[in-house]
Ligand binder design. Structure first.
Ligand code: ZN
Length: 277
């Protein structure tokens, strides 16, 4: 036998021994794993705990939204936070459900973690001896299972917003983007709701204020103003149609009270529209 042949045989033997050791230790590890899974109170309590919790699983870690601008100037002036607000408005139910699911996951996860942290190993050396496994090995595998089996639900998300403008014929392309963290998304959602309530309250107030204009109030203002337009002096006899007008418009906070009312002909009234004089 040559030296090369001997070297090859030695290498082959080494490889075979390594494979045997590898398979052997893999089998032993699997046996230990099964043993620990079957006898660890910590592991079995954790599995029971995991089964008692239901987390929403269809929450993504990020949602992407895109906005296309019609000009470069619009893109430059665009606030991505306002885009986020408009996306919330357009997909309100979607955002609402998403945030409710995350909120529920967060609450449940907090409870889950408290219970998870209370779990502890109860195995002792005497028991491991009867199971024919080293105490240290049992503890090591048990601890690994305890960490690996902890549930990891989605308790947050981010919203990525990208706005872009492409010049005609696609010569130039501009864009800007921002990723909103979960707390920012919650803030935007709350801001949107606050704005919505304010708008509703405002339109309700306007409605109430307009309803205060009764026939008798209208007549008393016409009479006070001598049945004349307070801008051009036109009268009904001259063919002018007279209106009672709010000096400060209701839409700008004006009240339906005599001091804020005046008689205007329809021409002057149209010219005035919602201007405050
Ligand atoms: Zn007039």
């Amino acid at each position: 036998m040559t030296g090369t042949e001997i070297a090859l045989i030695v290498i082959a033997i080494c490889i075979v021994i390594s494979i045997i050791i590898f398979i052997g230790s893999w089998l032993i590890h699997n046996k230990h794993l099964r043993l620990v899974k079957a006898h660890s109170e910590l592991y079995n309590e954790l599995i029971k705990l995991n089964k008692s919790y239901n987390f929403y699983s269809d929450i993504k870690s990020q949602y992407n939204f895109y906005e296309v601008c019609s000009s470069k100037r619009k893109l430059d002036c665009l606030s991505l936070y306002d885009v986020l607000l408009s996306k919330i408005e357009c997909n309100y139910i979607y955002f609402k459900n998403l945030l409710i699911c995350i909120q529920k996951n967060r609450q449940n996860y907090e409870l889950y973690c408290k219970q998870y942290n209370k779990l502890s190993s109860k195995i002792n050396e005497r028991e491991t001896k009867s199971l024919k496994i080293k105490f240290k090995t049992f503890k090591r595998i048990e601890n690994k299972l305890y960490i690996q089996s902890k549930l990891n639900p989605q308790i947050s998300t981010t919203i990525y917003i990208k706005a872009s403008y492409t010049s005609p014929k696609g010569r130039n392309s501009y864009s800007k983007y921002r990723t909103f963290q979960y707390t920012e998304v919650v803030k935007a959602y709350n801001d949107y709701n606050r704005l919505k309530v304010q708008k509703q309250e405002y339109s309700y107030k306007v409605k109430i204020e307009r309803a205060k204009m009764s026939d008798s109030l209208r007549y008393s203002i016409l009479k006070r103003d001598g049945f004349k337009c307070q801008i051009c002096g036109a009268t009904a006899q001259e063919g002018a149609k007279l209106h009672v007008d709010h000096i400060i418009p209701v839409s700008k906070g004006g009240k339906t009270v005599a001091s804020n009312l005046r008689t205007l002909c329809d021409r002057c009234n149209i010219g005035k529209s919602d201007k405050i004089e």
